[in-house]
Design a protein around this ligand. Structure first.
Ligand code: ATP
Length: 137
């Protein structure tokens, strides 16, 4: 087993999709190791998405990710990172496969409902950024 980190982004919370998305995550066999509602500050989002800081959409991305609360969670499953990326679907919901979370719940590339870590290394970094050891079960 291993772990991935996810955020249900502000659009998912605003639209009332928390329950539906968690249902999909549960049905796909992920165990919830940690979870909370929190709001990223501008500094948090700039740090979290630092890899994109030269991209034209960076300002829009930071504004989006900080405009309201998110659900942050750590998920456990065999092959967690890859299987969760498959469950959420392509970054652009227009390209996301049928039945994926982004196909079902995301509006656009800029408001794409969920985050999933892209490597085991980043999953560990992102999980530690949001949760202390005592918050992980
Ligand atoms: P995430 O890291 O959120 O799981 P991802 O790994 O599928 O998404 P990245 O390429 O890392 O995609 O981009 C990070 C986030 O930046 C995307 O989820 C999306 O919200 C935003 N983003 C990426 N490309 C664009 C774009 N061309 N226009 C607007 N927003 C974008």
């Amino acid at each position: 087993t291993n772990r991935t980190f996810t955020m249900l982004k502000p659009d998912s919370v605003e639209k009332g999709y928390i329950g539906a998305i968690l249902e999909k995550i549960n049905a796909a066999g992920f165990r919830i190791v940690a979870m909370k509602m929190t709001q990223m500050t501008v500094a948090n989002a700039e740090e979290f998405y630092a890899v994109h800081n030269e991209r034209p959409f960076f300002g829009e991305l930071v504004e989006y990710m900080t405009r309201g609360p998110i659900i942050a969670a750590i998920l456990e499953k065999e092959n967690a990172v890859e299987d969760f990326r498959a469950l959420i679907g392509a970054t652009n919901p227009a390209d996301a496969a049928e039945g994926t979370i982004r196909k079902l719940y995301a509006a656009s590339m800029g408001e794409n409902a969920v985050h999933g870590s892209d490597s085991d290394e980043n999953a560990a970094i992102e999980a530690a950024y949001h949760f202390s050891g005592r918050e992980q079960f």
